[in-house]
Design a protein around this ligand. Sequence first.
Ligand SMILES: Cc1cc2nc3c(=O)[nH]c(=O)nc-3n(C[C@H](O)[C@H](O)[C@H](O)COP(=O)(O)O)c2cc1C
Length: 162
Amino acid sequence: MCETMFGNTGKIAAAIADGMADGADVTLTNVVDAPAELPATVDLLVVGGPTHAFSMSRVGTRRTAAERGGAFTDVPGGIREWLEALPPPKTRMSFAGFDTRVDMPLLPGAASRAATKLARKHGFDVLDPASFLVEGYEGPLVEGQLELARDWGHGLTEQLAG
Ligand SMILES: Cc1cc2nc3c(=O)[nH]c(=O)nc-3n(C[C@H](O)[C@H](O)[C@H](O)COP(=O)(O)O)c2cc1C
């Protein structure tokens, strides 16, 4: 499940889904179309979004992104709002968060870490999050990130199997 304003996180999500598809049945959804409740058959929930202001996006940061040419996906909200509203899973379910962020090592914070914290609070078994890099706010992705995303996706299914 992903949120994307300029398309970069969407491309990473597709590469992750591709990497997972070898070992799992994968459904890729945009947050705009995501169901309010998860089917009990889900073993692993993978959620990603852009890092905005050191964390997951908020209505104000999405508005800023829209002013810079991004899609305005404010109804029904971003991954923060979706995760906050998600009922705790009734069965054992794993969670893996990912994000995109600019390639600046000194800039702290990542949407995936905030999402993982929220998922842990909800009772998910959380796996290590991952960040993928963009060159600037609008992108493009730094070279090699799609391959890293595919590998990370593949690794997730291996962790589940193990
Ligand atoms: C309002 C706003 C705030 C941002 N804040 C951060 C930040 O704190 N750290 C960071 O690494 N990137 C930041 N970025 C860059 C985003 O991470 C980047 O736009 C995103 O990875 C692109 O993904 P998308 O194409 O899926 O929207 C920010 C971008 C916007 C629009």
